[in-house]
Design a protein around this ligand. Structure first.
Ligand code: MN
Ligand code: MN
Length: 308
């Protein structure tokens, strides 16, 4: 089962300006081959299909716990995409009403790379890559062979790192850069965790290949505060009481990677503290929430008061 918490894993800084093409670049981290939809889809179905769950508990729990974190990454990237597509908050924009629609208020959107993000999705995110190609189930590998699946996951996390570094290099806005910085730290943890799992089973010290690509996290300014907090050493169970067995893989005297701030790896029960979800204001030109929202806000407020 899943439990939902109305927070993001981190609080994102607001965008400096509306930048639909930066939002499109970030879509690669959502619906690209190595995007968050792919890590989520792989671990989700591998954990469902896992055989001998109780006999292989530390390995099953590892895939299951990381699944929940990846769902939160899908949420984080989606929020970043929408924030960049929509730009800085303009208080009360949602009740101001649209500009004169006969005056082509969306003229610039016809030149945006993912025009459908506005025409179909009102400035929101969907599971497509930076060119609008749909994410699809062919990105999911679930073979039933534990070693092969873990090796695939290791490859997937290194691929995700490649994606994130390249997207990071294309962005100037703080919102998109923060998404990349945080996910680079967390992806490093996942690559490291799958490497250690493979080492426990096979004896091969695959973690010596890390980091791949070979750029230390400390070189990226947006990663530094997460390194200082020790995020690179923490793996969360994402459950009130389950999946504690991951400590057999992550911990057990294993240390941080040589380029990162030193220390022992630790399992954190539960989830990160998280941050607030950025409040996206309405987009009058896209009729979201609708052309005249005042009545809807009034109805919602009455319902909220009744529920208290
Ligand atoms: Mn992820
Ligand atoms: Mn990951």
């Amino acid at each position: 089962m899943f439990l939902r918490v109305d927070k993001l894993q981190i609080e994102l800084p607001p965008p400096m300006r509306q930048d639909p093409n930066a939002a499109s670049a970030l879509q690669e981290l959502l619906g690209g081959k190595y995007g968050e939809m792919s890590t989520l889809g792989n671990y989700l179905f591998q954990s469902f299909n896992f055989r001998s769950k109780s006999k292989l508990k530390p390995f099953y729990s590892l895939v299951a716990a990381i699944t929940a974190e990846e769902l939160g990454h899908v949420e984080l990237v989606s929020n970043g995409v929408a924030m960049l597509a929509n730009g800085p908050d303009e208080p009360d924009r949602d009740v101001a009403g649209p500009d004169d629609i006969s005056d082509a208020p969306y003229e610039t959107m016809k030149d945006a790379r993912l025009a459908a993000a506005f025409f179909s999705h009102g400035g929101g995110a969907v599971p497509v890559d930076s060119n609008g190609l749909s994410w699809n189930k062919d990105f999911v590998t679930t073979t039933g062979n534990v070693i092969f699946d873990l090796l695939h996951n290791f490859h997937l996390e290194c691929g995700a790192r490649l994606h994130k570094l390249r997207v990071y290099e294309s962005l100037t806005d703080p919102t998109g850069r923060e998404v990349c910085g945080y996910l680079l730290v967390r992806g490093s943890v996942h690559a490291h965790a799958y490497a250690l799992a493979l080492k426990k089973i096979t004896g091969v010290e695959i973690e010596k290949m890390l980091p791949t690509p070979n750029i230390p996290l400390g070189n990226i300014p947006e990663c530094q505060k997460y390194l200082a907090e020790g995020s690179h050493r923490c793996l969360y169970t994402f459950s009130p009481e389950d999946y504690r067995e991951i400590a057999g893989v992550w911990g057990n005297g294993e240390m941080a990677l040589p380029d990162d701030p030193p220390g022992e790896l630790e399992v954190v029960e539960g989830m990160p503290d998280g941050g607030k979800i950025h409040e996206l204001v309405g987009e009058p030109c896209a009729f979201t929430p609708d052309y005249a929202p005042e009545e809807m806000f009034e109805i919602a407020e009455k319902l909220y008061k009744k529920s208290r």
